[in-house]
Design a protein around this ligand. Structure first.
Ligand SMILES: Nc1ncnc2c1ncn2[C@@H]1O[C@H](COP(=O)(O)OP(=O)(O)OP(=O)(O)O)[C@@H](O)[C@H]1O
Ligand SMILES: [Mg+2]
Length: 653
């Protein structure tokens, strides 16, 4: 029997060297990663482009070694301590830990970079910085990819031993359907496809192919160009009695999880998906069918610009979801063509062994510029002299022929780095920018040189937020309502709940960066930026933040504010009052665990005495005065009045 990729790798592997493993989809690259994660001393790091992929690997290794999966926002400083032996996360999150220069990083024994070809996409900045850090600190790198465009270039960049494997362990047939035959180019077989005679020939062909797939008891992943197409086509298929479900990143996490389970459990036979099921995901797919071959393109403001063709590398990634080892002995990648010319074009572009070059498709937040990379490097290489930084940067893939001087000059001019006795350091501002993970040029949109600004406008007009808004022009209104605790249902109606989540998450990121930058500059309005960030975090106005921080839902907080309750202690002592108790119960708020027993005793006092005359003699009353439940007015003690709630005037999304 022929040796598997895994066996070849293990025979050749020596700890301490860097490896570049290139092998077709489904040959066991990630399988090797799992092996290394469970068999390497100290802390092993696994990074990939998708949370879903890192989570899948996490599930596979967590029983065997103490593992930590991280998917918190990239700018949050929450990784100062890692006591796990295996860390699984995204490129950007690990880059952020590198920029923090945490002590535990010295114990990292290997960094595994899955789907490393992404270095040439908009995710490149993070991969580059991680690689430069690893090379400089002699941390071994294991890089994996099925679609490296130029193997020799990558091998040199990584100073790696190349492990190249050409054969798919499960053969993947490459076929094109053209009215009404399916021809497979790898083995020249020809199938005829049933015809229903629909006017829509493309749909007719798809149905014919699916008839065949289902008749042999198999399943299919149908690729389409957009979320709307996924929803629409899945509906259509169901009308033709085909058990189909849409899958895309606009669906809530739970729905996606359920769809995947149903598909794995064979309840759903056909998944209609966007690139959301792109790279590295391991599902029991028998056929991938390309109903479309294009993807939407948007400009830097996130507005739709038009369609572009899948590039050969993207095509291979999607096609490779079929025929996974352990599930099937073969798989099919099938493209539906409507004309003979199209058929020839598809064959040339996707099925011949082209260069598979990866173009930079979508725009993303932190652009991959020399300035951004240099700042990222200085963050972990503080104190290096100019020449050393230049040498580090020359180890990058994109900037291997660049000189770092112009970038350092720009950074110095922007007051992000400073030179002292020949060595380069971050300034306070530079650290704020590097750790916030924002584009150096985003600073231009920040009000660093003006006294007056409003955080809402700055954040809602930042490129990062505009992009997440996908063309919705109501971003400012959306954030205004959100931070006021108001309903946001009818703003940006085209966006799904998941999209809105992304808008809010990017807004938090930029608001936090704004705060960090202003604080570094000792700007007098940094507190205001912080307040805005906190309001964004909880979706309530400043007055409700303390309540929201006690894990009360924003809807509950808004009702309490309306009634006149603002502080957690106040809530504790008045929660026994009839109207307030009613609201809490109606909203499913159980025990308020943060109220300590002392306050509970005080609550009983309030329940018995509310509205009655009281005198300033007991400690209880003095506490109630402090909390604001009892007020002193013209020498008299008066109970604060709480408004009775008419139900349903504050809604929540
Ligand atoms: N040597 C092996 N022994 C047992 N199972 C293996 C082996 N190699 C691969 N597999 C199984 O084959 C399937 C596909 O492997 P894996 O996901 O590692 O492929 P991959 O090369 O990473 O593909 P992709 O390029 O799509 O990410 C998995 O279910 C994996 O467990
Ligand atoms: Mg993989």
């Amino acid at each position: 029997m022929e040796k598997s990729l895994f066996d070849i790798f293990i025979e050749n592997y020596t700890y301490g060297k860097n490896y570049l493993i290139t092998a077709p989809t489904g040959t066991g690259k990630t399988h090797i990663a799992k092996h290394l994660l469970t068999n390497t001393q100290e802390i092993v790091v696994y990074i990939s482009p998708l949370k879903a992929l890192s989570r899948e690997v996490y599930r596979a290794v967590k029983e065997k070694r103490k593992s930590k999966y991280v998917d918190s926002d990239v700018y949050e400083d929450d990784l100062s301590k890692v006591d796990a032996e295996v860390l699984l996360t995204t490129y950007e999150k690990f880059d952020s830990t590198v920029r923090h220069n945490y002590r535990w990083l010295r114990r990292v024994s290997t960094v595994i970079i899955d789907e490393v070809h992404n270095v040439e996409s908009d995710r490149g900045l993070a991969i580059e910085n991680v690689v430069l850090w690893a090379k400089t600190n002699n941390v071994p790198i294991v890089a994996l990819s099925a679609t490296v465009p130029d193997v020799e270039k990558y091998r040199e960049w990584l100073s790696a031993v190349l492990v190249k494997y050409e054969k798919r362990s499960v053969p993947l047939h490459e076929c094109i359907v053209y009215p009404y035959v399916m021809r497979c180019y790898d083995d020249n077989r020809v199938f005829s496809i049933a015809r229903r005679g629909l006017k829509n020939v493309k749909l007719d062909l798809l149905l014919g192919v699916l008839d065949w797939v289902l008749s042999i008891g198999k399943n299919a992943l149908v690729f389409v160009k957009s979320r709307a197409s996924a929803e629409h086509l899945a509906d259509t298929l169901v009308k033709f009695n085909i058990p189909a479900q849409p899958y895309h990143s606009g669906l809530p996490y739970e729905t996606r999880e359920k769809v995947i389970n149903d598909f794995t459990g064979n309840k759903v036979k056909v998944l209609v998906s966007t690139t959301a099921l792109g790279q590295g995901v391991n599902l029991p797919v028998y056929t991938t069918i390309f109903y479309d071959l294009s993807l939407p393109e948007s400009d830097e403001r996130g507005e739709f610009k038009g369609w572009r063709d899948l590039d050969p590398s993207e095509f291979k990634q999607i096609a490779g979801r079929a025929g996974r080892r352990g599930f099937d002995n073969e798989g099919y990648a099938i493209v539906i063509a409507e004309t003979a010319r199209e058929m020839e074009r598809i064959r040339q572009k996707y099925f011949t062994r082209g260069d598979g070059s990866t173009k930079n498709g979508n725009t993303l937040s932190t652009p991959y510029t020399l300035e951004n990379l240099t700042l990222g490097v200085v963050a972990w290489a503080e104190g290096f002299v100019r020449e050393e930084i230049d040498k580090v940067i020359k180890g990058s893939l994109r900037f291997r022929y660049s000189n770092v001087d112009p970038a350092l000059s720009t950074l110095e001019k922007e007051n992000l780095v400073r030179e002292e006795a020949g060595s380069i350091y971050l300034t306070e501002l530079g650290r704020a920018v590097a750790l916030s993970y924002i584009d150096v040029s985003s600073l231009k949109g920040f009000p660093v040189n003006v006294d007056d600004f409003d955080a809402l406008s700055v954040v809602s007009s930042s490129p990062e937020v505009l992009q997440a808004l996908r063309g919705c022009t109501e971003g400012k209104e959306l954030l205004r309502r959100w931070t006021n605790g108001e309903d946001i249902l009818d703003v940006c109606k085209k966006l799904t709940a998941k999209d809105i989540e992304e808008v809010l998450s990017n807004s938090r990121w930029i608001a936090f960066a704004l705060y960090r930058v202003l604080k570094a500059l000792k700007h007098k309005k940094s507190q205001e930026a912080w307040n805005f960030y906190v309001s964004l975090k909880y979706g309530v106005p400043h007055s409700g933040v303390e309540l929201a921080a006690r894990k009360l839902h924003r809807g509950v907080v808004m009702k309490l504010l309306f009634m006149g309750v603002q502080k957690p202690e106040e809530l504790c002592v008045v929660s026994k009052l009839h109207e307030i108790e009613k609201v809490l119960v109606s909203m499913g708020v159980g025990e308020l665990e943060f109220c300590n027993p002392y306050l509970v005793r005080l609550a009983d006092f309030v329940k018995e005495n509310y509205g009655k005359e009281v005198e300033d003699v007991t400690a209880a009353i003095r506490t109630l005065i402090n909390i604001g439940v009892i007020k002193r007015e013209e020498g008299k003690l008066k109970w604060k009045e709480y408004k009775v709630m008419s139900s349903g005037n504050i809604n929540d999304r």
